[in-house]
Design a protein around this ligand. Structure first.
Ligand SMILES: Nc1ncnc2c1ncn2[C@@H]1O[C@H](COP(=O)(O)OP(=O)(O)OP(=O)(O)O)[C@@H](O)[C@H]1O
Ligand SMILES: [Mg+2]
Ligand SMILES: [Zn+2]
Length: 350
């Protein structure tokens, strides 16, 4: 899988998350290492990756002045091969109970074999049972000095306040489409995947800020022969092509009922998932509206067509409301196209 091959091995290779990188490097250079960190944020944005780099840097024999691990000393090598005894990764989704945390506690009390730091990364920490959480809390109250915990979760609201008060929290951000695009382009070049930029943009926009999802999508296209086009990408990934949104919008703006209804029928027949289309279309209309309110919100990628519409804000709001309801009704409608058709008719009634 490409996403494993291209997992960053140094702070410098991490895309975005500058606030996290800066603080972790600061801790390394001043030697003020916390005992417990909480990494929260959407999936596929670098939580596990940064936990591993930090663990590696803590025990690296030849860390550079920027705080980056050298990836060639014995400690780094064993960590990169996944057999370090100083880095213990626990998936709380499958080890949820009190016994696991008791084992962890015993292990935490024993010094690291190398004499350095022992780093426990607990992934999906919100999945722990209440008892296990309380046991973890006990350890966090009096952590052995050579131990560092990195708790990771996509659902920070499920973490108890008593735990939150004992950890240093970092909120990871969704990566922007252009950050994802740049990384995908590097990977595509390195792997000699021949794909047009528009195709990479389509992947970047569709992956909702998660770089791993984007890299997984790129992996799926690897076996294509010849130059991979944006249409190859949308059909392989089941995406709705960007141009559909502006095409449909055009009919609504022009009050062209017949073309709008034909369009719905046509994309339905071509295999587009109408619920998915409607979701993306609502997002598209939202961007048109945001652009009207404040043109500075336009980000450079995949949004070129939002700026051209001559339509007033109240009609945009009406479109959104109608299509939000239509989307909810698609699941239960006896005819899938019907909710969208009714939304069109209601919007464009004389
Ligand atoms: N910020 C990033 N910079 C560079 N690569 C990244 C970044 N975030 C994710 N990736 C890519 O995605 C892969 C998965 O990232 P990682 O495991 O760190 O995500 P995560 O935040 O821990 O996700 P999850 O919540 O699903 O565990 C990495 O191997 C890497 O290829
Ligand atoms: Mg992870
Ligand atoms: Zn090293």
């Amino acid at each position: 899988m490409l996403y494993r091959k291209y997992r960053p091995q140094t702070f410098a290779q991490v895309v975005g998350q500058e606030h996290v990188v800066k603080t972790l490097k600061g801790a390394l250079s001043t030697g003020r290492i916390g005992h417990a960190y909480l990494f929260t944020g959407p999936r596929g944005t670098g939580k596990t990756t940064l936990a591993r780099i930090f663990a590696k840097a803590l025990n690296c024999a030849k860390r550079d002045k920027d705080g980056d691990p050298d990836n060639s000393c014995p400690s780094c090598l064993t960590t990169n091969e996944g057999r370090s005894l100083d880095l213990i990764e626990i998936d709380a989704a499958s080890n949820r109970g009190i016994d696991e945390i008791r084992n962890l506690k015993e292990s935490a009390l024993v010094a690291a074999p190398s004499g350095g730091y022992k780093v426990f990364v607990i992934d999906e920490v919100h999945m722990l049972t209440k008892d296990a959480f309380n046991a973890l809390l006990k350890i966090l109250e009096e952590p052995p000095s050579h131990v560092v915990f990195v708790l990771a979760t996509t659902e920070p609201h499920k973490i108890l306040p008593t735990v939150l008060s004992r950890v240093q929290r970092f909120d990871f951000r969704r990566l922007t489409p252009s950050q994802i695009f740049t990384k995908l382009k590097e990977v595509a070049m390195a792997e000699k995947i021949n794909i047009e930029d528009e195709g990479l943009k389509a992947i970047a926009v569709s992956s909702d800020g998660a770089l791993r999802d984007a890299e997984v999508s790129l992996s799926k296209l690897r076996s294509y022969q010849g130059k991979i086009t944006v249409d190859d990408v949308t059909s392989a990934l089941g995406l709705v092509p960007f141009r559909y949104h502006s095409e449909f919008m055009g009919y609504l703006v022009a009050d062209d009922k017949v073309s709008a209804l034909n369009f719905i029928q046509r994309i339905h027949e071509s295999g587009v998932d109408l619920e998915h289309f409607t979701k993306d279309f609502i997002e598209y209309v939202r961007r048109v509206l945001m652009f009207k309110i404040n043109p500075a919100v336009l980000t450079a990628i995949g949004e070129e067509s939002v700026q051209n519409w001559q339509i007033d804000g109240s009609k945009l709001v009406k479109i959104m409301n109608l299509f939000i309801s239509a989307r909810n009704e698609i699941k239960t409608s006896p005819v899938v196209q019907l909710p969208l058709e009714l939304a069109v008719l209601e919007l464009l009634q004389p």
